[in-house]
Design a protein around this ligand. Structure first.
Ligand code: ATP
Ligand code: MG
Length: 423
């Protein structure tokens, strides 16, 4: 371990990577705004309870992946704070739900929010799996109708489309029914797996008592064989749940959004219900999920708030950025090249004026004309502005088009206009 390496599972976003990252975040924010999702942000850490209650004691995140710290005593901390622990957020739905409750936003439903930011999970780092990663997401809170599910999915699909990833992903969809259907299904699952308990993995035996639905997405080979023969949720849905799902499917059909039904797609916790979905890709190896979401009508109540339905999704920015095909070029600058001492002051002033007019301008800081032009080419400048004695005398600059190699003398007072005509 060297303290001068980034911590395992964390990465620097150097400018080139950052441009891809920005493209994902900015495009999704723009698309989300078209659906009426407004951006909000919650703190990067919360009291540990916020995540424990929402994610459940048996989830992978809570059992294995959280970064939790003693809050510690410090100037001005209250006694009860000192004893509490805080956790770096592993996801953002819990934070939004907490904000909904603590901010008294119940009067503001439907609440439609978009978020983007870093999340933290202590898991084994590999391609597409980091310890600090970033998510974008939306939450639509306060709408019980299936139309909300359709809109939330449609928004996600449009973001993927705008990013050019429509052909790279598949929408997988399932329903978890309402609480009654779920209880009936749970019973059937427990009966089935109990009859095969010897063949279950140790983890899944534990799940059998605490959270049997999660056996369905076990990655253990033996479990998977058993799961293949397990009862199907579809056979335990009551008519209300079937109707709800039918309306979601109809909405998606109506919008021409393609999907594949995946009866094994589950979310383990009791407050999830009805729609569960995931956009997956086969282009990232084992890390196939790029966007995952569903309906969580019981969540806010579980946290101690008023009964409030909700539906949303979260998506991994790094995974989306990896899928972007082309590199994203930085905007091409105009290179300002003074020749000789006398030209420095004018060149600097012209550069500043152009920046105020909205042009990207790079100053050659030192070196002779040849060196500075080489540097201008290296930074992929669109044009160079040369300032020598002749140009100074004529209140002009020599504009060299670095693509065509052509040169012309341009008066300073029409420079911005001339530059705006460069393609
Ligand atoms: P996975 O099955 O890959 O572990 P998950 O079920 O833990 O995913 P969610 O909690 O649903 O994922 O988070 C939503 C999205 O966030 C995922 O679909 C993925 O794109 C991204 N994501 C989750 N964990 C990581 C991570 N450790 N590094 C990078 N991206 C991640
Ligand atoms: Mg995970």
């Amino acid at each position: 371990m060297s303290s001068l390496q980034p911590v395992r599972g964390t990465h620097d976003l150097l400018p080139e990577a950052m441009r891809r990252h920005r493209k994902v975040v900015d495009s999704s924010r723009e698309v989300a705004a078209l659906y009426g999702f407004h951006e909000m942000a919650t703190p990067i850490f919360e009291f540990t309870e916020v995540f424990k209650r929402t994610l459940g004691d048996t989830s992978d995140i809570v059992t294995k992946e959280m970064y939790t710290f003693a809050m510690g005593s410090g100037k001005g901390s209250a006694k009860d704070e000192e004893n509490a622990t805080i956790t770096l957020r592993p996801e953002n739905t819990a934070g939004v739900a907490r904000a909904f409750i603590s901010g008294g936003l119940a009067q503001q439903v439907p609440l439609k929010v978009f978020y983007a930011g870093p999340m933290f999970r202590h898991e084994r780092p590999q391609k597409g799996r980091q310890r600090q990663f970033h998510q974008i997401g939306v939450e639509l809170i306060g709408v019980p109708q299936p139309l909300a599910d359709v809109e939330v999915i449609a928004c996600g699909a449009q973001i993927l489309e705008v990013l050019g990833l429509k052909d790279a992903v598949t929408l997988e969809l399932n329903t978890l029914g309402d609480p009654d259907s779920r209880a009936a299904y749970r019973e059937a699952l427990v009966a089935y797996f109990s009859a095969h308990v010897d063949a279950l993995s140790e983890d899944s035996r534990e799940r059998l008592t605490r959270n049997p639905l999660r056996i369905l997405d076990s990655k253990d080979a033996g479990d998977r064989e058993l799961v293949a023969g397990a009862p199907l949720f579809a056979d335990y849905l009551n008519s209300e749940s079937r109707d709800f799902f039918a309306e979601v499917l109809q909405g998606l059909d109506n919008l021409g959004i393609a999907y594949t039904l995946n009866p094994r797609l589950v979310r383990g916790l009791d407050y999830y219900c009805h729609t569960a979905f995931e956009f997956t890709t086969d282009r990232l190896g084992a890390q196939s999920a790029v966007m995952a979401g569903g309906r969580y009508d019981g969540l806010i109540k579980t946290m101690g708030g008023p009964q409030t339905p909700g539906v949303g999704w979260a998506s991994g920015v790094e995974r989306l950025a990896m899928l972007l095909e082309a590199d994203i070029a930085a905007p091409r600058p105009i290179a300002v090249v003074p020749v000789g001492e006398a030209a420095q002051a004018t060149a600097l002033k012209v550069a500043q004026g152009l920046r105020h007019a909205g042009f990207v301008v790079e100053l050659g800081y030192s070196g002779n004309l040849k060196k500075r032009l080489q540097r201008a080419n290296k930074m992929n400048a669109r044009a160079a502005l040369l300032f020598g004695d002749e140009e100074l005398a004529a209140d002009s600059t020599t504009l060299r088009d670095l693509d065509s190699g052509e040169q012309e003398l341009v008066p300073l007072n029409s420079l911005a206009e001339r530059l705006s005509r460069l393609s």
